[in-house]
Design a protein around this ligand. Structure first.
Ligand SMILES: Cc1ncc(COP(=O)(O)O)c(C=O)c1O
Length: 333
C-alpha cells in the first residue's frame, strides 16, 4: 500500500496552505464526555479563513492550471464556504471565479457573501437549487464564446480530485494521533457533498487503519449520501488505478442531526455553539460543525461511541457563517 500512498502524495497539487493543520486535545470536553477527544483544526488555515474545501482545491486548482484554464465556475448556497475558498484559491493562482448562488440563506453583504465580494467573485443568483448545474453550463458556454477557458467545479468540490485531499488528511490525522500516544477509534465530521468522508475512508483503508469514520449529515438523507460516497470512492480508486472497492455499507452517516434541514438553525445548534465556545474557546458554525458536534455528543450519550475511546472531531471550518446568521443565533443567546 505504500506505493498507493506515494501515488496520492505525488499527484499534481497547487499548494495553498502549510500542512499539517493543528490537532489539539479538548481537555474539558474529554472530561465531561468521558472520551479522549482530539479536535483536528481544519478551520485554522492561512487561506481566507480556511476550511475543509482547501484540501480539495489544492488538487482541483492544479488540474485547472494544467489544462490552461483561466476562470473557475462553481456553485453553492449563500453561506457557501466552498465558493469563498474556490475564489481565494483562484486569486492565489491568478484565476477568476464565477459562482452560481442558490438558496437557502440571506444574500445580505455579510459572512461568506461579504468575503466573496471582497475577492471579486462574479456572483450569479438563481432561485432554485435544481437550476444551478445548468446555469454553470450556460456560464461556461458564455465564457468560452468570449474567449475564456473555464473550468467547472462540482458543488462542494465533490470530485475524485477533491477526494484525494482528504485521503491525505487521514495520514496527517494518524500521525498526529500518534504524537498523543493514541490511535483514533472514531473520526467524526460534518458531511455534505461527500468528498471529505469518501477521502478519509479511502485514506484509512490505504493505511490499514480500523478507525471508524462517522459523517453527520447537514441535510441530505443517509441513503442518498451512502450512494454518493460509494460512487466518489470508487471513481477515485479508478483514477489511482488501485485495487480497492467500497460499497454502501462502508459508510456510516447519521442524518437525524440536521434539525429540519440544510441551513435550519435551532436552539440545539446554538446551545452546541455556546457549549463548545464556553468549554474550549472554539467557534463552531451553525450550518455544519455545530450540528456535527451535537451528533458526536449525542452518539456518546447513546453509547454508540464508547466511553474511554479516542475520538477525532474534524473541525471543517465555516468561520464566517455565524456572522451571516447573527439574527437567528441571537434568538437563543
Ligand atoms: C464547514 C463545512 N463542513 C463540512 C462540509 C461538508 O463537506 P463535504 O462537502 O466534503 O461533505 C462543508 C461543505 O460545504 C463545509 O463547508
Amino acid at each position: 500500500m505504500l506505493a498507493v500512498i506515494w501515488k496520492v502524495l505525488s499527484y499534481p497539487r497547487y499548494r495553498l496552505i502549510s500542512l499539517p493543520t493543528p490537532m489539539e486535545r479538548a481537555n474539558k470536553l474529554s472530561r465531561e464526555l468521558e472520551v479522549n477527544l482530539l479536535i483536528k483544526r481544519d478551520d485554522v488555515m492561512e487561506l481566507h479563513l480556511g476550511g475543509n474545501k482547501v484540501r480539495k482545491l489544492e488538487f482541483i486548482v492544479a488540474d485547472a492550471l494544467s489544462k490552461g484554464c483561466d476562470v473557475l465556475i462553481t456553485r453553492g448556497a449563500t453561506h457557501s464556504n466552498h465558493v469563498r475558498l474556490t475564489a481565494a484559491a483562484a486569486r492565489k493562482a491568478g484565476l477568476d471565479t464565477y459562482a452560481v448562488i442558490t438558496p437557502p440563506g440571506s444574500t445580505a453583504t455579510q459572512g461568506n457573501i461579504l468575503l466573496d465580494r471582497l475577492l471579486g467573485v462574479k456572483l450569479v443568483y438563481v432561485d432554485k437549487v435544481e437550476e444551478a448545474d445548468s446555469e454553470m453550463a450556460r456560464l461556461a458556454e458564455e465564457l468560452k464564446s468570449a474567449g475564456r477557458k473555464p473550468y467547472v467545479i462540482p458543488v462542494g468540490g465533490a470530485s475524485e480530485l477533491g477526494v484525494l485531499g482528504y485521503a491525505l488528511a487521514s495520514l496527517e490525522i494518524l500521525q498526529q494521533s500518534l504524537s498523543y500516544g493514541v490511535k483514533p477509534d472514531y473520526i467524526i465530521h460534518a458531511t455534505g457533498t461527500g468528498a471529505t468522508q469518501a477521502g478519509l475512508t479511502l485514506g484509512l483503508k490505504m493505511l490499514a487503519s480500523d478507525a471508524k469514520v462517522i459523517g453527520i449529515s447537514n441535510g441530505r438523507k443517509s441513503s442518498e449520501l451512502a450512494s454518493k460516497l460509494t460512487k466518489l470512492f470508487n471513481d477515485t480508486v479508478k483514477i489511482l488505478g488501485i485495487d480497492l472497492r467500497a460499497s454502501e455499507e462502508d459508510f456510516t452517516v447519521y442524518d437525524e442531526y440536521s434539525f429540519g434541514g440544510y441551513g435550519v438553525i435551532t436552539s440545539e445548534v446554538v446551545e452546541t455553539m455556546k457549549y463548545v465556545a464556553r468549554t474550549e474557546g472554539i467557534l463552531l458554525d451553525p450550518v455544519y460543525t455545530a450540528k456535527a458536534m451535537y451528533g458526536l455528543i449525542d452518539l456518546v450519550h447513546r453509547g454508540v461511541i464508547k466511553r474511554g475511546s479516542t475520538v477525532v472531531f474534524i473541525h471543517t471550518g465555516g468561520t464566517p457563517i455565524p456572522f451571516q446568521y447573527a439574527v437567528e443565533i441571537e434568538k437563543y443567546l
